[in-house]
Ligand binder design. Structure first.
Ligand SMILES: [Zn+2]
Length: 572
């Protein structure tokens, strides 16, 4: 009978180690992963049992962890690494619908069910098992001191072992890339990051990382307010003359699915009819996730990891300081102001509106909401307006991004790969075409009535992987080539293109130039004839002095020089 209890107890302790074992198997460096995750846990458990001499008490103490083990194990199986501070942020911000989009309702319920069963078993065993306290003695003391010493030594080494540069970088990126994440940079020291890999003690470090990142973002909010661009106009534009400049940030839109760039399906029936429109076919974004890609567009700045730094001012800040009234309409999910660098920049605008109550992963309001709101904004009294419109665009699931009338590309047409998903994706591009043409129409009508000048600059945050015969994956957040090419276009109103004749000429000439989304900041300010002291003429897409810069993607890879490999065109 007693033996049976022992078997159950050993099984329970083994289950506690499952996340560490899975991480060791899934990681590319098995031994390193095992040392980082399983070893400290073994020391801890041995130390706990030998110091209290009470195995049942330790089991009772650890029992709540069984509830999260199925989720953590699922995460490691999918992402090849333990959850991180970023995931805590995502979980904190997510609602049940978003979680269901990722896991499915069945996935959530089954994991909770398994977790609770394990939890109940652990409690029953820790209460009922006929196992006595370990007797005091030399053996017990020896184990206690050896485990304590090992634990101290282990922590000392983890904190003091100098990083090999490669591993450090790798770890940094992995943490940032594990999902379409909220926060922008790791808040943990290297030693803590090493220790955060283990289960369950690492969770303490993950929570610590989350709190410190949150604080960093809170500080950034205050810091951004202090940034002074000291902007000045590079040409004289009278105060009473109307200026309407609009930046549209797209979502998951690939340039090769735009008819304007030569795609063989008619995905741009509306934009194709419009004059003074320039579509750029060779623009690269440094990141394949919204929350990392958009801040780079907004600030034009990148740190050594090629992330937008927390203390950089955005287009909103500079336009505001140049005397413009600034607006931000977002049809993406409203996230906590403290949890995303995008929402921090958005919060600096004079007027901020979120038009979407849906979610990324499920149904959402269509982008037509932006058009409705834009109409009101244009009628606002201010003469100088800078407006940012953030679309939900082509974010997966594609079928939820367009109304029925845009279900144009249907099943049955023969193209590469599973046709349904591609058809749905092309329908989102068709709908984006409609939305952009509506935005242009509104600005056009409004500026013509008031003899104003205006432009619309559109750029997608990142691209998208779509399934092909070879590659079965789709979506973004990976290091696949099509996730870094972004659709981008410029429209100038008649008044603007007549007045600044060299700009449309240059734009036409440079449609296929190798541009980088980091240069959008200087390109938009230049188009608006706003200058500032640190401005670099070589960043401006339409300047004679423009220079191609190294297009870093996914943190450390040169987009133009790196090899491609695998079924999905991985950038290596
Ligand atoms: Zn995105």
């Amino acid at each position: 009978m007693r033996n049976k209890w022992w078997i159950i107890i050993i099984c329970l302790f083994f289950i506690l180690m499952i996340p560490n074992i899975l991480f060791s198997i899934k990681s590319e460096e098995h031994l390193k992963a095992f040392i980082l995750s399983a070893i400290p846990q073994i020391f801890f458990i041995v130390f706990g049992i030998s110091s209290t001499r009470n195995l049942k008490l330790i089991l009772l103490f650890l029992s709540p962890l069984y509830i999260i083990i199925p989720f953590e194990s699922w995460y490691i199986l999918n992402y090849n690494e333990p959850s991180s501070s970023q995931i805590i942020a995502v979980v904190k911000e997510s609602n049940i619908e978003e979680a269901a989009g990722l896991l499915g309702y069945y996935g959530i319920i089954s994991k909770i069910f398994v977790g609770i069963i394990l939890f109940i078993i652990a409690i029953i065993v820790s209460v009922k098992a006929p196992i006595n306290k370990i007797p005091k003695g030399k053996k017990q003391k020896a184990i206690l001191y050896v485990s304590l010493f090992s634990l101290i030594l282990y922590y000392y080494v983890c904190f003091n072992l100098s990083p090999d540069a490669n591993a450090l970088q790798q770890q940094n990126f992995q943490e940032n890339l594990s999902q379409d994440v909220n926060l922008t940079s790791g808040g943990l020291a290297l030693g803590e990051r090493r220790l955060s890999k283990s289960f369950p003690t690492g969770i303490i470090f993950r929570i610590k990382g989350y709190i410190s990142e949150k604080r960093a973002l809170e500080n950034a909010i205050y810091h951004i307010d202090e940034i002074k661009f000291n902007p000045f106009r590079s040409i004289e534009i009278p105060n009473e003359e109307q200026e309407i400049y609009v930046l549209v940030i797209g979502e998951s839109a690939r340039p090769d699915h735009f008819q304007l760039n030569g795609y063989d399906r008619q995905t741009n029936p509306e934009l194709s009819k419009i004059k003074n429109i320039f579509s750029f076919s060779n623009v690269v974004s440094p990141w394949s996730m919204t929350r990392l890609a958009v801040p780079v567009i907004l600030t034009g700045k990148m740190d050594k990891n090629h992330l937008s730094p927390l203390d950089a001012g955005s287009l909103v800040t500079i336009f505001k300081q140049a005397g413009f009234k600034t607006y931000w309409i977002s049809n993406q999910s409203p996230l906590g102001i403290h949890d995303s660098l995008i929402s921090i920049h958005a919060s600096k605008s004079d007027k901020l509106l979120y038009t979407n109550l849906g979610s990324y992963s499920g149904k959402s309001n269509y982008d037509i909401e932006i058009i409705k709101t834009l109409g009101h904004i244009l009628n606002d009294k201010a003469q100088k307006k800078f407006i940012v419109l953030h679309m939900i665009g082509s974010h997966f699931p594609y079928e939820h991004r367009y109304p029925k009338e845009f279900d144009f590309f249907k099943k049955g047409e023969k193209i590469n790969g599973p046709p349904l998903l591609l058809n749905q994706y092309d329908n989102t591009i068709l709908y984006t075409d409609y939305i952009l043409s509506k935005i242009i129409e509104l600005i056009k009508t409004y500026t013509e009535e008031n003899h104003g000048i205006g432009f619309m600059f559109y750029i997608s945050d990142h691209g998208e992987t779509l399934p092909t015969k070879e590659c079965t994956q789709f979506g973004h957040g990976h290091n696949y080539d099509p996730e870094f090419m972004v659709a981008s276009l410029l429209w100038l109103n008649e008044n603007y293109s007549n007045r600044f004749k060299e700009i449309p000429k240059m734009a036409e000439k440079r449609k296929d130039y190798p541009f980088y989304s980091r240069q959008v900041f200087d390109t938009i300010t230049s188009l608006a004839h706003i200058n500032y002291n640190e401005r670099l003429e070589e960043n401006y897409w339409f300047s004679e002095k423009w220079k191609k810069e190294k297009r870093w993607v996914f943190g450390d890879r040169d987009f133009d020089m790196s090899d491609r490999g695998g079924a999905c065109n991985e950038i290596r």
